[in-house]
Design a protein around this ligand. Sequence first.
Ligand code: FAD
Length: 253
Amino acid sequence: MERHQIQRLRHETRRRILTLTAVERLTPNIARLTFAAPDLQDFVSASHDDHIKLFFPAPAGSDPGAKPVARDFTPRRFDTKTGALTIDFALHEAGPATGWAASARVGDTLEIGGPRGSSVTPDDFDWYLLIGDETALPAIGRRVEELRAGAPVTTCVVVASEADAQQFETRAIWSPIWVTRTSRAHDAASLCAALSTFQPPPGDGFVWIAAEASVARAMRAYMLEERGHPRAWIKAAGYWKQGQAETHERIED
Ligand SMILES: Cc1cc2nc3c(=O)[nH]c(=O)nc-3n(C[C@H](O)[C@H](O)[C@H](O)COP(=O)(O)OP(=O)(O)OC[C@H]3O[C@@H](n4cnc5c(N)ncnc54)[C@H](O)[C@@H]3O)c2cc1C
C-alpha cells in the first residue's frame, strides 16, 4: 500500500450522559476530569485529534428554554477496559466550558455527542512535529503516547507557566520544547523562535498544528514559507479564536 495515506472514518453519532468520577488539577491551568457511563462501552475514538461536543447549560439570564451551548473537546484518553473517559480542560478567564470544569464535582453529569468521525494520520512518517497551545495538549499528549516505538517526535507547546509542562509516557523518541508565554499576542513569535534550532530528522515528516486561530495560521505559514515543509504534510486548525466563543477553523489556503 502507498505510504502516508490518511484514513477517514465515520462513526455513529450518539448523545451520551456521563457522570464525573474524578477531578484533578493536572497542572496549575489544566483540569483533568474523568467520566464514566454505562453507554460508553461502545465509544470509539480512532484519532488523537478527534473531538467530541460537550453540552453545557445555557448561561444564567438566557431565555427560558434556551438550548444548551456546545463546545469541542478532545477525548484525551479512553480506557476500553474500564470505560473511563478523560478530558483535559485548559482553564481560562470565562466561558461556559471553563466555568463548568473549574467548579465541577464528582457526581455531576455532562452530556456529550460524537465523535462523528476520525481523520487518522498514519504512523508511517519518518518523523513528527506537533505544535500548539494548552488546548492542543490533549491531542498532542495522545499522539506522543500512541506513536510507534522509536518514531522521532518533537512537540513545541506554549503554556502559561513552566509548571504547566506535562510528562507523557511513550515508546517514541520524544523531544519536548516548552515555551512559557510572555503574552498571548506573542505566542506565534515565541513558538517560531523556539523552533529556530529545530533540525528535522531525515525523511518524510508530518507537522500537526492547533492553537488560537491566528497563531495556528502563523505557524502553518512559518512551516510552509520559512521551513519549506510540503503543504500536504501539514495539518493546522484553529481550536479557538481570540474574542469569539465556540470556533473550530480548519486552516488551509
Ligand atoms: C477540535 C477541537 C478540540 C479541542 N480540544 C480541547 C481540549 O481537549 N481541551 C481544551 O481545553 N480545549 C479544547 N478545545 C478548545 C475549546 O473548544 C475552546 O477553548 C472553547 O472556546 C472553550 O469554551 P469556553 O466555553 O470555555 O469559552 P467560549 O465561550 O468559547 O469563549 C469565551 C471567551 O474565551 C476565549 N477563549 C476560549 N478558549 C480560550 C482559551 N483556551 N484560552 C484563552 N481564551 C479562550 C474566547 O476567545 C472568548 O473570548 C478544542 C477545540 C477544538 C476545535
